[in-house]
Write a protein that binds this ligand. Sequence first.
Ligand SMILES: [Zn+2]
Length: 233
Amino acid sequence: MSPKIVVLTGAGISAESGVPTFRDADGLWEGHRVEDVATPEAYDLQPITVHRFYDARRAALAAVEPNPAHRALARLEDALGDDLTLVTQNIDDLHERGGSRRVVHMHGELLAAWCRACSARVRWTGELADLPPCPACGVTELRPDVVWFGEVPYHMDRIAMALAEADLFVSIGTSGAVYPAAGFVQQAARYGARTLELNLEPSEGTMWFREARHGRAGDLVPAWVDEVLAQLG
Ligand SMILES: [Zn+2]
């Protein structure tokens, strides 16, 4: 029987592909204060500014590629199928382009838009700043389908169920500072899962993990996946 594994990925895995993160040293996200572009209040005050910011992030996806860590997690999914739950805090599509097919985007996706008029969710690769009509209802109320600060992350029930059933919880490239994701390790451990951190440096939550390995995700993740696959035989 294969183990049930929950993997949580964060900004660190995308950073190795060149995706800038707002937790960089200056505390800014591509030159913007997070509260000016990533909150519902910012969107209500300055929707076009927020749209332009996400339009630029969406366009920038074309310049980045998945790295060996993303590809290794796709190999793990090939072997484990539904016994792997891959949860990401990232809004880019690098897991999908790395070959993963069942990604749980708890903070939404850059390549999706959400209509505030009819609640339709649609794949979106173009711009939103020119206020295009919703393909479903025709009203111009499309916003980026991303979870802003102060909003509730997506799929929390499904994630809680997977954590409760997990034999192993692995956190990859996360700061351990952003809740609720930072609490997943304790949730999983409470239900008896082993816990492993793979991160560039000890995260803020590193003390909660039974084991921690520190280095680049592009090195650590393929090596860990090889270990899991070897144990499967
Ligand atoms: Zn609509």
